[in-house]
Design a protein around this ligand. Structure first.
Ligand code: FAD
Length: 303
């Protein structure tokens, strides 16, 4: 059995594995796809001390760092069930069962997509999901935010300080964001909010986004907006469906952790975007992976 088994090969899981291995613990990493969301990222400008890097390059560096230690990397493997008696038992999609004294869950999250024509084609070429990451790329330009929930309105307020103009498109008739955020957005001069607007297509010139089409759901008419960027803010979904019933999740499905990354199940820790950590970023995921790993070490020396 492992001392520490990590589920997830993104920045949180990689960091947890390095910290565990450096304690001399028997460490394994299970990943459906090593690299996680970073593998889908084009430019990264906020990984502190590295002014610019690219997703695949950072994934290679993560893997090389983990491989520097005696870590058992099991890539292209999916965990499907977690149970705990004396040890943690993890069932995989291929039927195998792995046993470990402690577990670190870092299965990450996925952005909900609009599923409209052009979205995939222009991903990273104007279609973005993270205002903290990509906002500065649109300095002085026009952008849209899709979604009028808290994350959408927060993104609009954030972007309005950088870009020329923000159009918020909300599908429902009413914004779901907190009133205080909506009030702030309305006070900002360069934010237009359009409700009952269904985005139907991302438009581009072959290289980059040039605009979008949306349908006014009240009148049925289609309108075109010219812009350079589209921030999709319709939800970040944690990859925790398979953990329901095994440990405590928040109403949004995030794994509830304490300040040491400990979950409701003793000996099971969690880190990164799949948890209740409020902000989801690479440097935060790495920090929380290290934190959860030290939490697991602390647990092991007491049991
Ligand atoms: P993830 O990166 O999501 O990794 C999860 C890992 O778990 C993967 O290896 C996955 O295959 C695995 N996994 C999931 N479920 C299972 C299972 N059941 N069994 C086995 N393995 C499983 N952040 C920044 O700081 N700067 C940026 O510029 C930036 N740009 C971004 C651009 C895009 C397009 C996206 C999508 C995100 C971006 N982010 C950026 C956010 C950042 O990528 C995430 O915060 C970070 O990757 C989270 O790390 P994580 O390890 O928690 O999860």
């Amino acid at each position: 059995p492992f001392d520490v088994l990590v589920v997830g090969g993104g920045p949180a899981g990689a960091s947890a594995a390095v910290y565990a291995a450096r304690k001399g613990l028997r460490t394994g990493v299970l990943a459906e796809r090593f690299g996680g969301q970073v593998a889908d990222t084009v430019g990264i400008e906020n990984f502190i001390s590295v002014q610019y890097t690219e997703g695949p390059k950072l994934v290679n560096a993560l893997e090389a760092h983990v491989r520097q230690y005696e870590v058992d990397i099991m890539n292209n493997q999916r965990a499907t069930k977690l149970s705990k008696s004396e040890q943690v038992e993890l069932e995989l999609a291929n039927g195998a069962v792995l046993k470990s004294k402690t577990l670190i869950l870092a299965p990450g999250a996925r952005w909900r997509e609009m599923n409209v024509p052009g979205e995939q084609e222009y991903r990273g070429k104007g279609v973005a999901y993270c205002p903290h990451c990509d906002g500065p790329l649109f300095k002085g330009k026009k952008v849209a935010v899709i979604g009028g929930g808290n994350s959408g309105i927060e993104a609009a307020i954030d972007l309005a300080g950088i870009v020329e103009h923000v159009t918020v498109l909300e599908f429902a008739a009413e914004l779901r964001a907190d009133a205080v955020l909506v009030k702030k957005a309305h006070s900002m001069g360069n934010i237009t909010i359009i409700a009952e607007a269904e985005t139907t297509e991302v438009l581009g010139d072959g290289n980059r986004v040039t605009g979008l089409n949306y349908k006014d759901r009240a009148s049925g008419e289609t309108h075109k907006v010219e812009l350079a960027g589209i921030f999709v803010q319709i939800g970040l979904v944690p990859n925790t469906e398979w953990l329901r019933g095994a440990l405590e999740l928040s109403p949004r499905g995030e794994i509830i952790v304490d300040e040491r990354g400990q979950t409701s199940l003793p000996g099971v820790f969690a880190a990164g975007d799949a948890t209740t950590v409020p902000y989801k970023q690479i440097v935060i995921a790495m920090g929380s992976g290290a934190n959860a790993s030290l939490g697991a070490f602390d647990y092991l020396i007491r049991h």
